[in-house]
Ligand binder design. Structure first.
Ligand code: F0G
Length: 351
């Protein structure tokens, strides 16, 4: 099939937005692989696990699905500039789609707490990058405050078109599997994506394309788990900087998605996240960023206490591992060095 973006691919599901084809701002997002796990038998016996590799999107994360919709609508509605707060991926995506659309883009990021690849992206795509001496939640509050007076369109997931775009991830999973999975595990930060997937599955359910919704399983990092602990976390902390969020904007929607489907929102430790990231890369050949690995870490933990035999499970791998090389390099810096000498090489290989 010709590679096309999600607004065109699923145009029947965007009729209400009244978008003409020539108005679409796209970088051919979507159509990401759904890869079946082959080597996880040791940890997940007799479970059929699939990875939705959202890191294969144009800017390396699922945000592109939402951004094509948000930026297309911003241009359609006459906006000249967009703004977002971000832990990194939203800023990269917003900056790229703004460049594509010829819009100005302003991004607010928490100082020192975003992965280097994401920062590089926002800079090279030409956004105005402003660091906040605070966290994501502070940055989002500032965005909410300044957007209207400065006539800026917010492209965080509180922009309703973002979730509309992101719902297409659910469509693609069903289109490939031929039915809904039994469970879907995914990381939860600002809680937009789990809400979007729920919306997508619900639309397919209403159209009778699926018989049941998957159990929506949201995974937070232990140091940034406001929904799990049912309280705002003033100073969220986790190695998974993408989901270092203490007061998610779509909190209620996420809880609803989990409750209605018989799923839940729970937490995993940083150690479990990093272990899952390594397992995923070294046993399946898929390099996902730490926040994304939270979904696999969550699945592994959950399977220890629940029988998943024979079940079909999808883990959403939300972002590409290349965005955050530091997290790997900081843990593994014992690289071997040898002289230009074949004997030394033979010895090193044998070790
Ligand atoms: N995974 C990755 C890689 C992310 O970048 C994010 C969110 C999430 C998961 C969580 O998704 O917020 O919809 O619950 N990143 C946002 C950002 C906050 O600014 O890039 P969510």
């Amino acid at each position: 099939m010709e590679p096309i973006g999600i607004l065109k691919k699923y145009q029947n599901h965007f009729k209400e937005l009244k978008i003409e084809e020539n108005q679409i701002i796209s970088l051919q997002e979507g159509n990401t692989p759904l890869i079946e796990a082959k080597h996880l038998d040791g940890v997940l016996k007799d479970v059929s696990v699939y990875f939705k590799v959202e890191g294969m999107n144009p800017t390396g994360s699922f945000k592109d699905r939402g951004m094509t919709a948000a930026v297309t609508m911003a241009v359609k509605e006459g906006s000249k500039a967009i703004i977002c707060a971000s832990t990194g991926n939203t800023s990269a995506s917003a900056a790229a789609y703004a460049a594509r659309a010829g819009l100005k883009c302003i991004v607010l990021i928490p100082e020192g707490k975003i992965a280097m690849g994401k920062l590089a992206q926002a800079i090279i795509y030409g956004a105005k990058v402003i660091q906040i001496k605070g966290n994501f939640d502070d940055a989002l509050n500032m965005v909410r405050e300044c957007a209207e007076p400065l006539k800026l369109t917010i492209v965080n997931s509180i922009n309703p078109y973002r979730l509309q775009g992101q719902k297409t991830g659910a469509f693609e999973i069903v289109d490939v599997l031929g039915k809904a999975p039994d469970y879907q595990f995914m990381p939860v930060g600002n809680a937009g994506n789990i809400s979007a997937y729920y919306m997508g599955y619900e639309e397919y359910f209403n159209e009778k394309k699926i018989e049941a919704l998957p159990k929506m399983m949201g995974v937070q990092a232990a140091g940034a788990a406001p929904i799990v602990e049912n309280r705002i976390i003033e100073e969220p902390e986790t190695v998974a900087t993408a989901i270092r969020i203490g007061n998610p904007a779509s909190w209620k929607k996420a809880v609803h998605a989990a409750n209605v489907t018989g799923g839940s929102i729970f937490k995993v430790t940083d150690e479990e996240i990093l272990k899952a990231q390594k397992l995923l890369a070294s046993s399946e050949g898929i390099f996902a960023e730490p926040a994304s690995a939270a979904s696999l870490a969550g699945l592994i933990n959950y399977s220890k206490e629940h029988d998943l035999k024979g079940k079909k499970v999808v883990c959403i791998l939300t972002g590409n591992g290349l965005k955050d090389p530091d997290i790997v390099l900081n843990q593994n810096l014992s690289l071997q060095k040898i002289p230009v000498d074949i004997k030394a090489l033979e010895k090193a290989i044998a070790e």
